[in-house]
Design a protein around this ligand. Structure first.
Ligand code: ADP
Ligand code: MG
Length: 268
């Protein structure tokens, strides 16, 4: 669905490449999470998919086609994008912010408004919030609006750049639930970026752990990372032995289970 083929990017004036020789394939209908420390090239990689950044070398294929030479505007409209810092226009209402994206994809005024309300409901917000301005929203609400905007054109690909960065852990968990529900209810291929390994483990079917310059440290499922970390560095990043325990629901109680499936305790 999305293929990075040996892409590199050095920003003008920068001594080191932001991304050096990165290759990876994102499969249709899956959720892939790029995780790694700040500055390791996650945003750069994500923006290569909708051509907001062009690689200096290598190529990116989307839906089987090299996007290098094609129509950048059409490509961008066909891909949902939730920006790292929300990216809502401050002088437009919430509904206008969302509807504007639907309008760009060809919806009429009325249809775009209806669709905006529908998207607000989808991300768990009251459509009445549509008449507010972005500054009148809480951090969690604003992030939900960002997701609503990313989904409004019904894209088959959704890019999300640290979509839940600015919210407290409880709200964050609620938003993650929302993404899990969207994953269940749509066929959307999601490529998401985070620096939070727990978020990556919760949401990613496949997780790509990146180091400096977009170097791949390990690729796999959450289980792969936890049960067989590729290196000592990966083991430390993913929390080492602490992660041998996971939480499961059992007859209405939350129990701690180790990696062999043995129950180690019950949470109060
Ligand atoms: P991440 O999203 O993982 O934090 P980025 O892709 O934003 O990483 O950045 C990777 C590297 O490229 C960083 O060193 C960053 O400072 C640099 N960088 C990012 N965007 C630009 C830019 N527009 N101009 C110059 N350097 C940039
Ligand atoms: Mg970033």
């Amino acid at each position: 669905m999305i293929e990075f083929d040996n892409v590199s990017k050095t920003y003008p004036g920068s001594p080191r490449p932001a991304v050096a020789g990165f290759s990876h394939r994102v499969h249709r209908g899956t959720t892939t999470v790029f995780v790694g420390p700040s500055g390791c090239g996650k945003t750069t990689l994500l923006r290569m998919v909708n051509r907001m950044v062009s690689p200096d070398s290598g190529r990116v294929l989307v839906r089987g086609e090299d996007i290098g030479g094609g129509d950048a505007v059409g490509l961008r409209r066909s891909i949902g994008y939730v920006m790292q810092h929300g990216g809502l226009l401050p002088h437009r209402t919430v509904a206008e912010n969302i509807a504007a994206v639907a309008r760009l994809s060809g919806a009429g005024r009325v249809a775009a408004r209806e669709r905006a309300a529908e998207m607000l409901r989808l991300v768990g917000l009251d459509p009445a919030l549509g008449s507010r301005y972005p500054t009148e929203l809480s951090g969690g609400q604003a992030q939900r609006v960002g997701v609503a905007r990313g989904l409004v054109a019904d894209p088959d690909i959704l890019l999300m750049d640290e979509p839940f960065g600015a919210v407290d852990p409880v709200v964050r968990r609620g938003l993650q639930e929302e993404v899990l529900a969207i994953k269940e209810s749509t066929e959307t291929t999601i490529l998401m970026v985070t620096h939070d390994i727990d978020e990556a483990f919760r949401l990613g079917d496949e997780i790509v752990l990146l180091g400096e310059g977009g170097t791949v440290q390990q690729v796999g499922s959450a289980e792969d990372f936890i049960t067989s970390p590729a290196t000592e560095v990966v083991r430390e990043f993913t929390g080492g032995d602490a992660r041998l325990l996971s939480i499961r629901e059992h007859e209405g109680q939350q129990v701690l289970v180790d990696r062999d499936g043995r129950v180690r305790g019950v949470l109060e």
